[in-house]
Every structure is written in C-alpha cells, then in structure tokens.
Design a protein around this ligand. Sequence first.
Ligand code: EPU
Length: 422
Amino acid sequence: MDKLLVHGGTPIHGAITISGSKNASLPILAAALLTDQDVVIRRVPDVSDTNYMVQILTGLGADVERFSGTVRVTAADISDTAPYDIVRRMRASVCMMGPLLARKRRCVVALPGGCVIGDRPIDLHIRGLEALGATTEFEGGNVILSAPGGLKGATVDLCGENGPTVLGTDNVMMAATLAEGTTTITSAACEPEVVDLADFLNSMGARISGAGTSTITIEGVGELHGTVHNVIPDRIEAGTFMVAAALAGEGVTLRRVHEGHLVAITSALRKAGHQVHFNDNGDACTIHRGDTPMPAEISTDPYPGYPTDMQAQMTALFATTPGTSRVTDTIFPQRFMHCAELKRMGADIHVADGQAQITGVKKLSGAPVMASDLRASAALVLAALTAEGTTEINRLYHIDRGYEHIDEKLEALGANVERVRV
Ligand code: EPU
C-alpha cells in the first residue's frame, strides 16, 4: 500500500498533458465485447481501474494487448460469466452486463454491492435491460440476465430518484445496439463519457443518435465490427489540476482538454475568484490563482451541471478560502468522507444532509490522513499542496484507481511530493 508525502507550500507552475478519460475508457473497453473483430482503443489511462477492466476481459476469454496507452481487444470466443474476484474490486464492472447480454444472450455478473460514496443500487440498469426483454434472477450474489430469443427494442426511462444513471444509460445503449428494432432511452445521462461511448459504438457500425441529450435512439443492427478509437480527455483529472492551480498555482497550463466539457468547473472557479483562460481551439487552458479568492455555493447536478466527481476537490479549495462556502451533493449525498480528514488538517467544515458548510481558515497543517475513495484522496492531495508541513496520504491505491501518475504530474509542475512504496 503506497503512500504519498506532500511537503506543502511550494507553488506549482508549468504545463502538463491531461490523460484519456477513465470513465469513458471503462464502458468502451466493455463494449469491445460486442464484436469478435479487433478493436483498438487509444489513450486509455494507465490506472488500476482500466487494469481491472482488462483483467475482466481476459477472464472472459478475450485476447487483450496493452502497450503505452493503446489497448487492443479481440473477443472472438468469450464466456458469459464475469468473475467475482475482479468484479468486487470495481463497481464499474456492472457495465459488462449490457454487452455480455447482447452478445451471449445471457450473462452472470457478480453484484457490486455498495461503496464508500453511497448505496449505489443497480435497479435502473436492470429495469432498462428487462424492458429490452431480459429476465432476471438473483442467485449467490450474482445477477443472471437471460434473453434466449435475443433482445427487442423498447422505450425505456432511466430516471432515478437522484437523476439519470450514467453506467445504466451505457448498459442499455450497448445492449440495444444488437437488439431487434428501435430502442428509445428517455431521461438518458448526457455526460460526455456517454457520448464518447456512442461515438465508439457508431464507429463499430451501431446506429445511435441523440447521445448527449436526454433522449437517445438506437436502431438495432445484426452485428458490429472492429474499429479504432481515441478516448476523450479526462475532464475530472483536468478539473482536479485546475483546482490545484487555483490553490497553489502561479500559472498552470493543461494541454489536451475539451473546453466544452469543463464549463461548469470553469464557471465555479471563476466565481471563486480564480482566472481560467482557454486557447482559441479550446484544447488547452491556463489557470492562475486569483488575488482575492471568494467563497461560493456549489451544488452537484448531472451533466452539464457541476460534477459530483469534482465536489471533494472544491471542498479542499474552500477550506482555505476566506468566508463561508457551501457544497451540496445531490447525486451522492453521503459523499463527504474527505471532510473528516480535512478537519484533521485544521479545516472548519460542518456536514449535514448532503451539504458541507466550509469556513475558510488561514492555513491547513500537514497531518497523516487516510484516503477513503478516489475523489476524496484527490481532495486530500490538493489540500496538502498549501498546508504547512508534510501531509502523509495513506491508502494511495484509491488515487491510483483513477489518476494516471499523479505524483509525476505534480512533480512536473514543481510540487514537492514523494511516493513511498510500502
Ligand atoms: N442510481 C440508482 N439506481 C441505479 C443506478 C444509479 O438509483 O440503478 C443512482 C445512484 O445511486 C446515484 C445516481 O443514480 O444517486 C447516479 O449514479 P450513476 O448511475 O450515474 O453512477 P455510475 O454510473 O455508477 C458514474 C461514474 C462515477 C460518477 C457517477 C455520477 C463511472 C465508471 N463512474 O457512476 O464516477 O460519480 O457516474 O456522475 O463512469 C468516479 O470516477 O470517482 C466515480 C465515482
């Protein structure tokens, strides 16, 4: 279990390149199971979640090669059962259900269970796949979906209590590509990662329109073929470094970003008094810490709203922003584990009913802290950049799940960080 030592107080500056999106790569890797032909996916970030996904594909019998960001998958002959040992390590493995069911007409996938950010049910995924004609059984901790006669197009609404579901939309969209007839998903998630998956599937011969809006239409086709695809930049990694720059930056440039995907994050940072400038192409941005940082109120929302995956990082920024800020998470109202650790560093935060009220303190102080999930760990790293003294972030594997070489990128910007291999 590696840990990260962050010696706070060193300003960061310079330029780094943002990696491919983890949350786009995971369903795209799963979608490679929809064809027996070669699929080449480029810019897959080297993080442990994509490694788990590669292990799942291999466990299912696919032939997978990985070399410097490119993954080639050939799923000529695959089984219908996703092994529990790996599924339990990564909740996103539920996005195997759609492609396996479509290709094999049956799948057995271990139920993922809850995680530290909340309960995380999969009822909407099941509702969507059942609408396409699948029957469901739950047995021995697994969900078994069957559609021996093949799937049939239908109209499916995927809105839950907390809004649309991203991986649920992905699952139904993937399954519907090979269903007979037309499927319409209403209340679909509009996230850029869903659009990237739709683009990938269309490049394999699928007929999907409307991705990126709340209504997606999929006309089923007989089969899909191989393709080559470049994954979109990781907007959450970009957002995390944007906050790092707002905290400790003297001019930080992020290359290979997508301006359109960063609107909510950019506007939150500007509201908090920091400067963000995009180049004319909208594929690079430079962030300067503002002279007079201001408190703000942020509430997460499905895309194009402010992302839940960026609320912990913003909480870290507000911890040393003068005045009182509020961060509300409507998507995962229990996702505030980072606050207890930030308080150990001296932050003044009160959490109640899915909202953190943060009163900025002058300085945080370095302390040993415990990472609890991916984005919570990122928040601790950010807080540590300006804290007095050294912060020791334990359980670094959480951050390695979704940030490609974060220590090397921070070092490239001049931060004083050290990975200790334990
Ligand atoms: N929900 C249900 N029923 C379902 C599915 C979801 O009630 O069947 C609820 C959830 O409990 C939550 C809301 O719907 O309140 C949205 O959850 P969603 O299904 O959209 O989450 P997800 O698809 O499982 C993806 C990302 C998460 C990100 C969420 C929300 C991937 C691999 N994961 O999860 O990313 O927080 O969308 O944007 O794409 C992360 O990267 O750190 C991460 C957790």
